[in-house]
Design a binder for this molecule. Sequence first.
Ligand code: SAM
Ligand code: SF4
Length: 340
Amino acid sequence: MTPGVQPGPLVDGFGRLHDNLRISVTDRCNIRCFYCMPETGAPFVPHREILRYEEIEQVARVAARLGVRKLRLTGGEPLVRRDLPELVQKLAVIPGIEDLGLTTNGVLLERLARPLAEAGLKRLNVHLDTLDRARFEHITRRDELHGVLAGIDAAQAAGLPVKINSVAVKGLVEPDIVPLARFGRERGIEIRYIEFMPLDAQGLWLRDKVLKASDILAMLAEGIGPLDPLPVSDPRAPALEYRFRDGVGAVGFIASVTRPFCLNCNRIRLTADGHLRYCLFAHEEMDVKGVLRDESLDAEAREEALAERIRANVRAKWIGHEINSTQFVPPPRPMYAIGG
Ligand code: SAM
Ligand code: SF4
């Protein structure tokens, strides 16, 4: 047992147990999805302000002592961070960690899928909104569709379970909904349609640009065939899942706008520059980098101080985001700077 850190569950003021930590390893990215990053001039955090792998590992170890069981690496684009398999190796062996996933745009995945699997990665979400090269370039401002598809192939060949994250923007991706689901059915990959959220860097989000989960479901039923809801295996998982009635394949919906899942939330987040956040949409954060780099602390005192920050962040958690309220104010950081 780590001396100093009292183990114990992370329960917030609304009785929600937190066992899931999402770790952003960088705010940089090799593409420029319009609903996340500006086309040019994104202000990136200087390298010295980004947590080193040893620092991320320290936070994850303390979080695991406090009951965190699932870790997911994200960004920015996590695969642009050098030697990512080294971090995966450090995190995969932390006592208590049962699941270690990664969310990526897939552009660099072809070369990295096997080293990541060998390092202990358990699963991958690959972000892909369209199979159409021109629309891919329009959305991401980069001509990289071929790389993403090769990355998905490589991940499956390396034995990693893959899901696809697809951001649903109304008036844009309607032609992609059915082809993506067909692709998923052929490849044994669940497509997860994610309602467009107000987290873009340029303030482009509008309520009527959200392609609703219910509309997507109707498009799939018409284009492919009827679907049935899957029994909920984990009530705290954000996706609503459906299986095609013919038995071939499943899809999921992250309906953050039309069906917020805040009441079941079990997540906390660590930004690449060392801040804890209890919600994607939070306006307050708690610094852990200061604790990690405070040379006056010995190892035990540092772990205790980290544990206190994590507990305090969970205690401060609000009941939920207010996207559907007229009071809603988007968070000061856009998606790429938080870690989606
Ligand atoms: N770069 C990686 C990627 O794209 O998967 C990881 C980071 S990205 C911020 C994480 C996820 O956020 C993406 O998979 C994408 O589906 C989602 N995302 C980004 N901007 C979004 C937005 N404005 N609304 C909804 N989902 C968004
Ligand atoms: Fe990069 Fe992911 Fe944001 Fe797209 S969604 S710009 S891939 S961080």
